[in-house]
Design a binder for this molecule. Structure first.
Ligand code: SAM
Length: 291
């Protein structure tokens, strides 16, 4: 069977009208309507004949089709109960496509990957609904299932994740993502290439997941230090640390600890890198366990 062109805006409109489908703003539904972008995402993600893929939010299948053309197997998770009927039509030509109905944030991703792909390496790929950008990226990284996560997000979100210490858009989430993966922007995508067109442009973010975290130490403790670094942006990091650790750490002790690691006593939390947060977490751990 000849698959329909899922990127032709007129064909998309006819398909959706035939199914009585109306876009849901609440579900972040902006479908790609461009020939080149879905192919470029699948190609840039490094999908090869032996690759297994988890896709989040296939919509009507514009990206899914390009993934299926290149991958061994694609399993897509879709929350909108109206879309399976459309996808069974648009993806009929691809026998390596499986649809799982549900919410990616409530899905047991390790169990799904095991069941679908056994021990094979898996790549996650998505044009993410923007309302779940942070929790979805967190879930895709924390589950430990994927060797690469390639997601389209708002351009500002991609820039924030790729920011460097001291940049205006450097955030706690930037440092948390850096714990799991090396981020890079693969592609900018202008807003007019979606139906309906959102107000803002997008970018495709590639997260190459580390086999081992790039820093030593307990993740929970490192993330606690990161939280302290960004919780009180108008205060010094020493202040942030003593607020986070309460009675366990006075301001003088926090300043002393920072100075002992070579930082200024009044350093700002947002000027430091993941490596610095890990060094501070290790020092705090030693200090608290010595007592
Ligand atoms: N992949 C399609 C494309 O590129 O044209 C659609 C992308 S659209 C931005 C986001 C898709 O994610 C929609 O199909 C939406 O219904 C689905 N979605 C929204 N929230 C979801 C969730 N929590 N879990 C899984 N899918 C979700």
């Amino acid at each position: 069977m000849n698959p329909m062109n899922l990127c032709d805006i007129n064909q998309i409109k006819l398909l959706l009208a035939r199914h009585g489908f109306k876009f849901s703003k609440d579900l972040g539904q902006n479908f790609l309507c461009d020939e080149e972008i879905p192919a470029a995402i699948a190609e840039g993600a490094g999908i090869a004949p032996e690759t297994c893929v988890v896709e989040v939010g296939p919509g009507i299948g514009a990206l899914s089709a390009q993934l299926c053309k290149r991958a061994k197997k694609v399993t897509a998770i879709e929350l909108d109960r109206r879309l399976p009927a459309i996808l069974s039509e648009t993806m009929a030509a691809y026998d390596n496509f499986t649809l799982v109905e549900g919410d990616v944030l409530k899905t047991d991703l390790p169990a799904l990957c095991r069941e679908q792909f056994g021990d094979a390496p898996v790549i996650a790929c998505a044009n993410l609904p923007y309302y779940i950008t942070t929790p979805a990226i967190t879930a895709l990284l924390e589950c430990g299932c994927f060797k690469r996560v390639v997601v389209m997000v708002q351009k500002e979100a991609a820039e924030r994740i790729c920011a460097q210490p001291g940049d205006a858009d450097y955030s706690a989430f930037t440092a948390q993502v850096a714990y799991f993966a090396k981020p890079s922007v693969m592609l900018d995508v202008p807003h007019e290439l979606f139906i309906p067109a959102p107000k803002v442009d997008s970018a495709v973010l590639c997260l190459d997941v580390y086999e081992q975290p790039p820093v030593a130490g307990e993740k929970k403790e490192i993330f606690r230090v990161i939280r302290a670094a960004f919780a009180n942006r108008r205060k010094t990091f020493a202040n942030g640390l003593c607020i986070e650790y309460g009675k366990k750490l006075s301001k003088a002790q926090a300043e002393e600890l920072l100075v002992s690691l070579g930082f200024a006593a009044n350093v700002r939390g947002e000027a430091l890198s993941l490596k610095d947060y890990a060094a501070i977490a290790a020092k705090l751990h030693d200090q608290f366990t010595e007592k």
